[in-house]
Design a protein around this ligand. Structure first.
Ligand SMILES: [Zn+2]
Ligand SMILES: [Zn+2]
Length: 280
């Protein structure tokens, strides 16, 4: 019993430390920078926000939490762009760390909010922590979002949320064209039920579909909803040290997708053996 207690306590301490670290990075400012071409990073130290600059205004991917809006706004201005020029808001998926402030940014700038069909109900929900933001355009798998000569493709990568979206874009960077992939999320969160989930019966099959989609996408620039997915801090440091290709990482992308799929499959197998026990 005492041994179990000790293990439990050390597990809890570990989880608390992780949570504290996660939340510290969530709201910490991070230098705004150009990833490549007209694609910029304007998020916090972990909650990624991307800006696509075009002659007809800007596209923002993700809004983060309400308290992060001043940080995002400052980053946009530090790059020499105008917050008021935000024309379109997109999200990685309908969880508060990526979309809680979509309603605020929409109200501030008059931008149009475009959301994958299966996340629309969550986006418009006025439940606690939900943005309650009116969706202007409902997206479907494979739809494109275009502004001022830039084109993004919305890939449905469901499981993490029903409408989780991975964005791709061909970025023209000088003489070269780079394939950017902004991963929505392949993660099975604590509490997720993969077997016998009454609210989301197809969840496990959706994750399987997501990994097939992610593996099919050509990737030069590996990006995602959280900086931790693609090693934001380390790559930024490499870039500052003079490596112009720091964010070009096709091998890192492949390794990340393979590792996440194996983690998902292990958890799925565990839940098949122990139905009704959620992910930790
Ligand atoms: Zn999420
Ligand atoms: Zn998240």
């Amino acid at each position: 019993m005492r041994r179990e207690m000790r293990i439990l306590l050390s597990l809890l301490a570990g989880a608390a430390a992780l949570l504290a670290q996660g939340s510290a990075d969530w709201h910490a400012a991070f230098p705004a920078f150009k990833v490549a071409g007209n694609l910029y990073y304007v998020g916090t130290a972990d909650l990624a926000v991307y800006l696509i600059n075009t002659p007809q205004g800007n596209i923002l991917i993700n809004s983060d939490f309400e308290e992060d809006v001043p940080t995002i706004k400052k980053s946009i201005e530090q790059l020499g762009f105008k917050y008021a020029d935000t024309k379109i808001i997109l999200i990685s998926h309908a969880h508060g760390d990526h979309d809680a402030a979509t309603g605020i940014i929409k109200k501030d700038t008059g931008a149009k909010l475009m959301i994958m069909d299966a996340d629309v109900a969550e986006e418009q929900s006025t439940a606690k922590g939900r943005p309650g933001a009116k969706v202007d355009r409902i997206l479907h798998d494979g739809d494109t979002v275009e502004l001022g000569g830039s084109k993004l493709v919305a890939h449905l990568t469901p499981g993490h949320t029903k409408g989780c979206t991975t964005w791709t874009m061909q970025v023209r960077d000088g003489a070269r064209t780079l394939n950017a992939v902004i991963v929505g999320s392949p993660n099975v969160n604590p509490g997720y039920i993969l077997v016998g989930n009454k609210d989301y019966p197809g969840i496990a099959d959706d994750y399987v579909k997501t990994f097939a989609v992610l593996k099919s996408l050509p990737c030069d620039l590996f990006l995602g909803a959280h900086g931790a997915y693609f090693g934001l801090k380390a790559k930024y440091a490499k870039m500052k040290a003079g490596d112009a290709n720091a964010f070009i990482d096709p091998d890192g992308y492949k390794a990340y997708v393979a590792e996440r799929e194996s983690t998902f499959r292990k958890e799925w197998d565990r839940q098949k053996q122990n139905p009704g026990t959620p992910a930790k």
